[in-house]
Unconditional design. Structure first.
Length: 297
């Protein structure tokens, strides 16, 4: 496992954890149980890969500023909201997340639904604040994150996933499902870092980072499917084999574990190749691409 990637992830996690703690409403404010559920769903766990991608993309274009904490926190809050809702009985019906009881187990189903709703709203409230970004860039960031949440993003991917239980998808259909459910938010994380750093949408740099984000999203999800087969429950933080037990479509189920591993590495290589025009400042993005297909959780 790449030491630079692990060190950077630890740094990014500490940085965004502080930003998240400031952004989330305190439990001494009304309604306290809702705020407790929101904080429970967000704080104190997870790889924080998406915020790390915000910071690493900004570094690739030569920027590091405290303003980056806002998109980093916003994208992690969106990720947390999606996990809270995905775990609900009407969705994946999971009882364990990051080695802890899921939000609806800890707080009840109704409170978990409301926590997810409130977190999604909070993410956009944060991005819409006054941060000194040009209006055009700020609107692009809001549009980007909204798409990652919608019918061509996480909600659409989850809908395809639910409809596909017990079905056999083609490879193209499986790719679409994962691009929506996981890939769009990973791509958005990279591009939020670029936009917050002044990178214009019309530039070759932006196009390269977009390609990197797309390829990284595929590599991440394919490896996630492999971990469902080969991972240790104590390490991955959720029951090993849960996707297979539910009859959910996965890459290993469709093409086998060895071919899935090869495909994950191929998308990693494509992600790194997309950064050919960048100098050493993009080495963090390169290291994160390798981490994605080497991680154990």
């Amino acid at each position: 496992m790449s030491a630079p990637a692990l060190d950077f992830l630890a740094h990014a996690a500490a940085r965004v954890e502080s930003a998240l703690g400031r952004a989330l409403p305190d439990t001494d404010r009304s309604p306290p149980t809702l705020h407790a559920a929101m904080r429970y769903g967000v704080l104190g766990g997870g790889k924080r890969l998406r915020p790390a991608l915000v910071y690493a993309a900004a570094a690739a274009v030569g920027v590091d500023s405290s303003a980056l904490d806002t998109p980093a926190a916003a994208v992690e809050i969106i990720h947390a909201y999606s996990l809270i809702h995905d775990d609900l009985p009407a969705m994946d019906d999971d009882a364990l997340r990051r080695g802890q009881p899921t939000c609806h187990i800890a707080f009840g189903e109704a409170e978990a639904i409301l926590a997810g709703d409130a977190l999604q709203a909070l993410a956009f409230e944060l991005l819409a604040g006054e941060h000194g970004w040009p209006a055009r860039a700020q609107l692009a960031m809001l549009r980007l994150l909204a798409r990652a949440c919608g019918s061509h993003g996480m909600a659409g991917g989850q809908a395809i996933d639910l409809a596909a239980v017990g079905q056999t998808l083609t490879l193209e259909e499986l790719e679409r499902m994962h691009r929506y459910k996981t890939g769009e938010l990973i791509r958005a994380s990279v591009l939020l870092g670029a936009l917050a750093s002044g990178c214009e949408e019309s530039t070759a740099e932006y196009a390269a980072l977009n390609r990197y984000g797309e390829e990284l999203g595929f590599a991440f999800q394919i490896h996630d499917d492999v971990l469902d087969v080969l991972g240790d429950t104590a390490v991955i933080g959720k029951p090993q084999g849960s996707d297979h037990a539910r009859g959910k479509p996965t890459y290993p189920a469709l093409i086998g574990v060895p071919e899935s591993q090869r495909l994950a590495r191929l998308h990693r290589d494509h992600a790194i190749a997309a950064l050919a025009g960048f100098d050493a400042r993009a080495d963090l993005l390169r290291a994160l691409a390798s981490y994605v297909v080497e991680r154990e959780s």
